[in-house]
Design a protein around this ligand. Structure first.
Ligand SMILES: [Zn+2]
Ligand SMILES: [Zn+2]
Length: 229
């Protein structure tokens, strides 16, 4: 079973996969960690009642493509409307994030922008990604007993992450993939070249286009993330 839940598992143009990649986990009572916040995510957060009884939300952003941050402004407003007291947007560049949030028209809502290393409830390590010209980050999140890696969009896996996986220091590795690979995403074959078959059961493929073959992913020994509910 996947450690985190996915609201949508598709790539930017996917219709069938539930569009827009965004995942969440309740890591403590009343506390939620959300990975990215793409265009269609807020609708799902509201319709599935994801924020019911939540008093603290950490939103970890990988990069500024709209399939990853399209709902962010409205989500901040929605948290404010619900009276959630602790809303943290987590990104390695605070000034840039503030500019983006201001462009969304968010001014008076209650939120903080934190660096990944400032998060206290669990530990986050940041990894630079290669995603064409777009700055993008992957994150290693260490909870009490579980360590997960969540790629931003990227055409490569950082060598340190492969090493950690080989040393059994990662329990769940979530990675975007593409059927052929391009300047934005790694191909499923390239991912298979980098990760030995014996460890692929720890790898969860996400950000899937409608064209990619589930059969091929599963045959290689990887997992595929499924939409929540
Ligand atoms: Zn992207
Ligand atoms: Zn994307």
């Amino acid at each position: 079973m996947s450690y985190i839940n996915f609201l949508g598992v598709g790539s930017a143009f996917s219709i069938e996969r539930g569009g827009n990649c965004s995942a969440f986990t309740y890591y403590e009572n009343n506390s939620l960690l959300l990975f990215d916040c793409g265009e269609t995510v807020l609708k799902k957060i509201i319709s599935e009642g994801i924020l019911k009884d939540i008093s603290s939300i950490n939103i970890l952003i990988t990069h500024f493509h709209s399939d990853h941050i399209g709902s962010l402004g409205s989500l901040i407003f929605y948290c404010d409307y619900l009276g959630i007291s602790n809303v943290n947007i987590i990104y390695p560049k605070v000034k840039k994030m503030l500019e983006v949030i201001k462009l969304f028209g968010v001014d008076k809502a209650n939120f903080k922008i934190l660096l990944p290393e400032e998060v206290e409830d669990f530990k986050i390590e940041t990894y630079n990604q290669e995603h064409s010209h777009m700055e993008s980050f992957g994150y290693l999140c260490k909870f009490d007993e579980t360590t997960i890696y969540y790629s931003g969009d990227t055409k490569s896996v950082p060598p340190e992450i492969i090493k950690k996986l080989l040393k059994n220091e990662i329990d769940y590795l979530y990675h975007d993939i593409h059927e052929y690979g391009n300047n934005y995403h790694i191909s499923i074959d390239e991912l298979a070249m980098q990760i030995p078959e014996s460890l692929r059961h720890k790898v969860w493929c996400m950000h899937l286009s409608d064209e990619i073959s589930d059969k091929k992913i599963l045959k290689l020994g990887f997992n595929i993330v499924k939409p929540f509910k």
